[in-house]
Design a protein around this ligand. Structure first.
Ligand code: COA
Ligand code: ZN
Length: 312
């Protein structure tokens, strides 16, 4: 019997990555006030966890400049729901100084991806991560780790499961609070997800893991389901399906939050998210960027909400 058939763990945590992964490679760079309106719409929809931005070099990713101003637009109570991406100690210190107490390091399994993304080899990035994790341990803050290119790398091709386990082990032993297994370019399929996530849940326990899928090959939702079956109950997704890494050619948007929430709620999982308000956030993401398409099920969900309202 799978975890899902056994009715295990009905609560699922959605970490909304639209303001970071979603906006980082958009051709149009949004004003801080525009980003803030999107984040507010997500807060209003009761999204419990939001990746608000990144403390990275503004030369490397111009769209993420100003994350500190963005955070300052919100009260400290909202900041408790935020997390941010950091590539190094400087990023950690900036995030901490700006009231963020959950940060995400990023380490790709493949060397070439690390060199393109953060200009370090995999070994160097693990060393930098170790230093950050040791510091976080002293400060009592939580630092988790994106394990990028966990199934495939745009430069090196298919990634072996054993290499992912290896990187995960080093970061877990160094104190990473969670390992976010990431399909950076959206190349995984449900069978590959089931295989890798079964190994990882057996090794690290499902509570210490989350998944991050891109929908490049339209397998995002199927991959979420495959991971759910292995016991994963935390997923990254992006409002209106925004997303993509500027350093990973071929990466398209993340799996859309509205689609993931719809699928989970229809299967009896609880996300705590208000769908009607989430759709307002999706409309806003489309309006602000001019490129986001919205979740594949968005039209259908809108029609259901209208039917319900006219019946009431
Ligand atoms: N935040 C802001 N600025 C930073 C920084 C941080 N966390 N870390 C370094 N910098 C600055 C340095 O001060 C330096 O600025 P200067 O040119 O004005 O002196 C510049 O960035 C380069 O620093 P250096 O240490 O030489 O780094 P690098 O050029 O080797 O770049 C990274 C390394 C990690 C800083 C850069 O590649 C980066 O920010 N990558 C992020 C990639 C990303 O976000 N990808 C998408 C998410 S997966
Ligand atoms: Zn991503």
């Amino acid at each position: 019997m799978t975890d899902i058939e056994a009715g295990m763990g009905r609560d699922v945590l959605i970490n909304e990555v639209g303001p970071r992964d979603g906006l980082q490679s958009q051709p149009k760079i949004l004003e801080t006030s525009q980003k803030a309106s999107l984040v507010q719409a997500l807060l209003d929809a009761n999204v419990a966890s939001i990746e608000i931005g990144a403390f990275v070099s503004p030369k490397a990713v111009p769209a993420m400049a100003g994350t500190e101003q963005l955070i300052s637009e919100f009260p400290a109570t909202s900041a408790q729901r935020f997390n941010a991406l950091i590539p190094n100690m400087r990023g950690y210190e900036s995030a901490l100084a700006n009231g963020i107490d959950l940060m995400s390091l990023v380490v790709a399994v493949s060397n070439t991806m690390n060199e393109k993304n953060i200009r370090m080899s995999t070994a160097q990035s693990i060393n930098v991560s170790r230093e950050v994790l040791a510091r976080a341990n002293q400060d009592g803050t939580k630092v988790q780790a994106y394990i990028a290119t966990s199934w495939a790398c745009p430069f090196e091709g298919k990634i072996a499961d054993g290499d992912v386990v290896d990187v995960c082990t080093r970061l877990y032993e160094a104190g990473a609070s969670k390992l976010i297994i990431s399909d950076t370019i959206g190349a995984a399929d449900p069978k590959a997800v089931q295989q890798l996530m079964t190994t990882l849940t057996e090794t690290f326990g499902s509570d210490n893991l989350a998944c991050h899928f891109h929908d490049t090959r339209a397998m995002g939702l199927a991959n979420v389901y495959a991971a759910l079956e292995t016991g994963i109950r935390q997923f990254d997704s992006s409002i209106a399906g925004l997303g993509g890494c500027p350093f990973a050619p071929g990466a398209s948007g993340n799996v859309a939050t509205e689609d993931v929430v719809m699928m989970l709620e229809q299967m009896g999982f609880r996300t705590g998210i208000d769908m009607q308000k989430l759709l307002h956030a999706s409309d806003l993401a489309i309006e602000l960027t001019g490129t986001a398409k919205g979740g594949k099920a968005k039209l259908w969900i809108e029609q259901q909400i209208k039917h319900k309202q006219s019946a009431a």
